[in-house]
Design a protein around this ligand. Structure first.
Ligand SMILES: *Cc1c(COP(=O)(O)O)cnc(C)c1O
Length: 369
């Protein structure tokens, strides 16, 4: 079922290799224990857009600083979108990524919402393939390590007028990452924010844009100061329903084995991990509903034991068990503060597929090298 790279424009990317390659020894050191998002590979993919000529100048070039006019639109009006996916090294040394068509499609939807030009799927995949081919030596092979890929697009026209930019730049950068949980998967504590929201009806919550993250940072900082690791946001219209964390979707598991996650309304980001987990839960015989999760119901369910597990999910951490859920007026332990059995099992099933240890029965993997 797995697909070999075809019908992408990887071959259209002109490769300009760095003339100062990193020595093997230095790369090995950088790959030893990389902290998330701190180490980058030697190259980046790039495609430029102008209204007049469309997408052009596909290339892989040396990783390095971008030159920008101070009037560049993105610096003023935040017209920017991004994606996040990973390249995984399999036991036979081949390199694969996970459901990249879903990321390409979401990237196009995000572009539409931010009035940026839509990038063809072939260029999205081509840019990733071309980069990973050139920087293959940077794909780590240790347990739960990967090469994190960060495609992004920004409004690059120098113009202070308020209208969609007539120029854009698309880039992919890559960063080797170690296991998200050094020393084993550990449940996190979550502050349910009843004051701030990350997104509202009609806003940009369903788009993966930097602006949503900017809106989440102050509440995140406040939660951190209270001793919590992450924030869960409520819907902005009624302030009563769990939506998602700043960068992860959320699931609850009931004592009867069923599970639920909020539906992707306009203010929730449709996670690729989220939809994969829905499928794996269904495969394993769990009843899964996409339904509103009123905070009151979740509080009651945790208090009376009818909710047995809560977890968050996203590409970076895969699945993060939630061990504590609290706010101004409650403080509840989840699954006795441990990772629950369903959470742990689904996490293993998903990572086994990603790392080539289990059959890819849904055709989710896409070969890069
Ligand atoms: C990226 C992101 C997610 C997770 O999406 P994945 O495709 O699973 O990585 C969830 N919520 C928000 C707000 C995000 O930006």
């Amino acid at each position: 079922m797995s697909t070999i790279a075809t019908s992408t424009s990887a071959d259209l990317f002109e490769v300009h290799r760095t003339d100062t390659p990193v020595p093997d020894e230095q790369r090995a050191q950088a790959l030893a224990a990389p902290k998330f998002g701190t180490v980058f590979t030697e190259h980046m993919s790039r495609v430029s857009y102008t209204n007049e000529h469309g997408w052009q100048d596909r290339r892989v070039e040396k990783y390095g600083p971008l030159q920008m006019d101070p009037a560049t639109a993105v610096l003023h009006y935040a017209q920017e979108i991004f994606e996040g996916l990973k390249a995984y090294r399999h036991p036979d040394s081949s390199v694969w990524t996970f459901r990249p068509h879903a990321n390409a499609a979401r990237f196009a939807r995000s572009a539409h919402r931010l009035a940026l030009p839509e990038l063809p799927e072939a260029d999205f995949l081509g840019a990733i393939e071309a980069l990973v081919r050139v920087d293959e030596a940077w794909v780590p092979s240790g347990e739960e390590t990967s090469l994190y890929l960060r495609p992004f697009m920004y409004a690059s026209e120098s113009f202070l007028g308020v209208r969609p930019s007539l120029e854009a730049e698309f880039l992919v950068i890559a960063s080797p990452v170690g296991p998200y949980f050094a020393g084993g998967v550990r449940p996190v504590s979550i502050w349910v924010d009843q004051e701030y929201h990350r997104a509202g009806a009609g806003g940009t919550g369903a788009a993966k844009c930097g602006g949503n993250y900017a809106a989440s940072l102050l509440p995140q900082q406040a939660a951190y100061a209270k001793g919590f690791e992450q924030v869960c946001f409520l819907d902005a219209s009624t302030n009563t329903q769990l939506e998602e964390l700043g960068g992860m979707n959320v699931f609850v598991v009931y004592a009867d084995g069923s599970a639920a996650t909020p539906p992707v309304s306009g203010s929730i980001l449709e996670g690729v991990t989220r939809s994969s987990i829905v499928q794996l839960l269904v495969d394993a015989g769990h009843e899964v509903s996409e339904k509103a999760l009123p905070l009151d119901e979740v509080r009651r369910g945790l208090a009376d034991g009818s909710i047995s597990e809560v977890f968050a999910c996203g590409t970076a951490a895969v699945i993060t068990p939630i061990g504590r859920l609290a706010s101004d007026d409650f403080d509840l332990a989840v699954a006795d503060g441990d990772a629950g059995p369903v959470t742990s099992r689904i996490r293993s099933e998903l990572t086994d597929i990603q790392y080539g240890r289990a059959t890819d029965r849904h055709g989710w993997l896409h070969r890069l090298v």
